[in-house]
Design a protein around this ligand. Sequence first.
Ligand SMILES: N[C@@H](CCC(=O)N[C@@H](CS)C(=O)NCC(=O)O)C(=O)O
Length: 353
Amino acid sequence: MQAAIIISRPYLNLACYFSLRRKSGKLGSSNFLNQQNLMGIGLLVKGKWVNQPYSTKKTEGKFKRASSVFRNWIGGQSFPAEAHRYHLYVSYACPWAHRTLLFRYFKQLEKLITLTVVHPHMGDKGWSFGEEVDVVNNKKKLYEIYLLADPSYSGRVTVPVLWDKKTKTIVNNESAEIIRMFNSAFNHITGNQDDYYPVHLRDDIDKTNDFVYNNINNGVYKAGFATQQNVYDKEVKAVFNALDYIENTLAKQRYLLGNTITEADWRLFTTLLRFDPVYYTHFKCNLKRIADYPQLRNYLRDLYQKKHVHKSVNMSHIKEHYYTSHPHLNPSGIIPLGPHLDYDAPHDRDRFG
Ligand SMILES: N[C@@H](CCC(=O)N[C@@H](CS)C(=O)NCC(=O)O)C(=O)O
C-alpha cells in the first residue's frame, strides 16, 4: 500500500510515506533519516537558508538546473591574476567541481590558488566543511561563504566557488567559466602554456560541450531527478543515444576533437568516471555500463591515466556523497560496495598515436 503511494506520486508523498513509517515504528531514529534530511537540500532566499528540495512541481516532472549567479572574470581590473589571491571551494564528489580541480593541477596552480574541500555528505543546510577547517573564512557551512559575498543572496549554494581573498567576495561559481580562466589567466605567472581551448578548435569545442552537457553531464541528473516515468524514459534514452554517438566517434579518433586533448574531453571525463559506480544505479541510467562500451571504457582509462588525474579522484567521497545526500532516491543511505573498477588497467587508445 505504502509502496503504491510512493510509486504513483513519488516526490510529493515522501514526507507522508516516512511519517507513516515512523508512526508505525518501521523507521529508526538514525541521524540520516531525520525529518530535516527528508526535506533534502535547500537554498538561500534573501540571505536566509530555506529547506526546500529541488521541486519538479512546476516543470512536469523535469529537473531544471538553476544558472550560476557570480560570473566575474579573472584578468580584468577588478580581479587581476595574482598569485595567492584566490581560493577554490570544491567537493571531490561533484562532477562540475571536479573540472576545476583538474585544471588547477594541469595548469600548475596548486601553489597559487589554495583549496578547501567540503564534506561529502550534503545534508541539512547544504554543503559543510565537516572536520576540514575553512582556513580562509573560518566558516562551517558553504552557505556562509555565499552570505559573505552577498548578505541578501537568493539562490542555490553550489560548488565550485572561486573566492577572492583580497576583496572578500565570490568571483565566480560556474565551473565552465572557472576552467576557462584557469586555462589561460595565470599563464604569465606559472609559465605553463598548455591550452585546452585552442583558438582553432573553439567552435567545435563549444558545440561538443553543448551536446555533452545537455545529454550526458546534465543528462544523468535529468534522468535521476525526474519524477515522472515518461520524463525519465526520455532522458535516459537521450543519455544512451549520446553515449552511442560518442562511442562511434571514439572508434575513429583518440579524443573528442581528434588527436588533441581539449577541455571537452575533461568535461566528459568527470561524468564517465562516476557513471558505473553511481549514475548506473543511483540515477537509474542502467541500459549499459561504460564498461560495456569498448571505446568509451578505454578512453576513460586513457584520460584517468594522464598526469595528475589520480590526485583529483576520490571515489569514496563520490559514492558517499551521492548515496547519502539524496534521501528521496536512496532513503536508507546505504552505499553500495561495488562495482570494483580498475581505471589503471591497460587501454588501447595508443593505437591512434
Ligand atoms: N553550474 C554549476 C553547477 C554546480 C552544481 O550544481 N553543483 C552541485 C554539486 S554537483 C551543488 O553544489 N549542488 C547544491 C545545490 O544545488 O543545492 C557549475 O557547473 O559550476
